[in-house]
Design a protein around this ligand. Structure first.
Ligand SMILES: [Fe+2]
Length: 449
């Protein structure tokens, strides 16, 4: 039981986990009135998103949840705390009589918001043996309850706080994907090669259909935010962008196709690699995608969230860096798409595919008639992550969410098999450094026409 200040009664009153469940049940019976619909929808989403994060962690031991496998990856416990800190900082702190759950958590769970205050070094997140996992769950429970109270009462400046709660939900969904990518990287370091989940259904291991290219006419075309739904600031403003005619691969590149590149000494041929990529290759001694290993003569295995499995030739290749994707494209006589080419092709496609909700957590072979724009793997583009013309970052600390990373990163599009379906759209711009491999990132080819 936690206590929360009820402004209507002007006193503290208890809130329980049961109260959260009741709120969700009441809504299921349609008790909300039309003027409250936006708040009721937000309440439903809050309960669903917060529970989904915890469900992803349900099978983790406290030891699993505390470890950090590399500076770029965070422990599950830190993700659980940080997503909660985000709501506490950007929503609850704005309310009168705000009391932080713990004065230490602002330091522990602030990721990179310098204008909020000092924070724990990123590479030290795996040293947090305290607070315990149970304490972090308690923190989540208290903050979730406070948010539900806030939504129900509509207190504070709702025009500001409502959109911030929505932002917090999209932020948490972003971390759901990171949680899984980080657990995969962590488990891959363990000599026991544990499985996070049981293997899903097996897919046809036969060859993928022949790769085709669809021609797009080009022209002066709209790019960026579309419609009225939520978008991140970096997707704005919608603007016109000129595209020359181009052709785009009608599916992702498969493991079998990438293996041809490996067998053709693709990693050893300097003419295929960017200068930065050559330096990265020799420093890192890279010769295969991350998580691949030889399992015998001419046979390969890949570490997955279901443990070590034989490499399925028709699955999309995954966990390659931008350098590898670019070198593969050159070897194949093609190039990577620009983000505008990708978005123009995907703009009128339904958001449908192998996303988090499929529960597979692994890319799968293309289905007949599908083009894999959404889900399976993020797609590296040749576009540097930069502001759109006319972009203005949000005022205050939230301006740090996206804007300060607009340097030395490549844009990826389309979401992956661990992206929540509510979190992805044609205009969504993901971004990572070109050396990044632990994200679920793969390859779609493009060509000039
Ligand atoms: Fe974050």
């Amino acid at each position: 039981v936690v206590f929360f200040w009820d402004e209507r009664l002007d006193r503290e009153r208890p809130i329980t986990r049961e109260r959260i469940a009741l709120t969700a049940r009441d809504q299921a019976f349609g008790r909300e009135r039309a003027p409250q619909l936006a708040r009721a929808e937000l309440e439903r989403r809050l309960v669903r998103v917060r529970a989904a994060t915890e469900a992803l962690c349900a099978e983790l031991s406290p030891e699993d949840a505390a470890l950090q496998s590399m500076p770029d990856a965070s422990p599950a416990k830190w993700h659980l705390g940080h997503t909660t800190w985000f709501f506490e900082t950007f929503v609850l702190r704005a309310l009168p009589r705000f009391r932080a759950f713990s004065p230490d958590y602002a330091y522990l769970f602030n990721s990179y918001y310098e204008s909020i205050g000092p924070h724990l070094r990123r590479d030290a997140r795996g040293l947090l043996s305290r607070p315990s996992l149970a304490e972090v769950y308690e923190y989540r429970s208290v903050v979730t309850a406070q948010l539900l109270e806030l939504i129900e009462a509509g207190r504070g400046d709702w025009d500001v706080l409502g959109p911030r709660i929505e932002l917090g939900l999209h932020h948490e969904e972003q971390h759901q994907e990171l949680l899984l990518t980080d657990i995969k990287h962590l488990f891959a370091q363990n000599p026991l090669q544990p499985a996070y989940r049981l293997p899903g259904r097996t897919h046809n291991a036969g060859p993928a259909p022949a790769l085709g290219f669809k021609v797009h006419a080009g022209g002066l075309l709209p790019i960026g935010k579309q419609g009225d739904g939520f978008v991140f600031d970096n997707e704005r403003p919608e603007h016109l962008h000129f595209l020359a005619p181009y052709a785009l691969g009608d599916r992702l590149i498969t493991n079998a196709e990438y293996l041809e590149f490996v067998r053709d000494s693709g990693y050893e041929r300097p003419e295929l690699w960017l200068s930065d990529g050559t330096r990265w290759l020799s420093a890192q001694k890279i010769s295969l995608p991350l998580y691949w290993q030889e399992a015998g003569e001419q046979s390969w295995a890949a570490f997955t969230l279901a443990g070590l499995l034989p490499l399925n030739p028709s699955d999309p290749v995954c966990h390659v860096s931008y350098y590898e994707a670019d070198a593969y494209a050159r070897w194949a006589g093609a190039r990577l798409p620009t983000e505008a080419e990708w978005e123009n092709a995907a703009r009128h496609q339904a958001v449908r595919g192998n996303l988090l909700e499929s529960g597979e957590f692994q890319p799968r072979p293309v289905e007949p008639g599908e083009s894999q724009f959404f889900g399976d793997t993020w797609e590296w583009t040749q576009s540097a992550y930069a502001p759109y013309p006319g972009y203005v970052p949000p005022a205050g600390a939230l301006g740090e969410y996206n804007a300060k990373f607009m340097c030395n990163q490549q844009v990826l599009r389309g979401g992956s098999c661990v992206t929540p379906s509510e979190h992805i759209r044609a205009s969504y711009r993901n971004f990572f450094g070109p050396e990044t491999r632990w994200q679920f990132a793969g390859i779609r080819l493009a060509r000039n026409t």
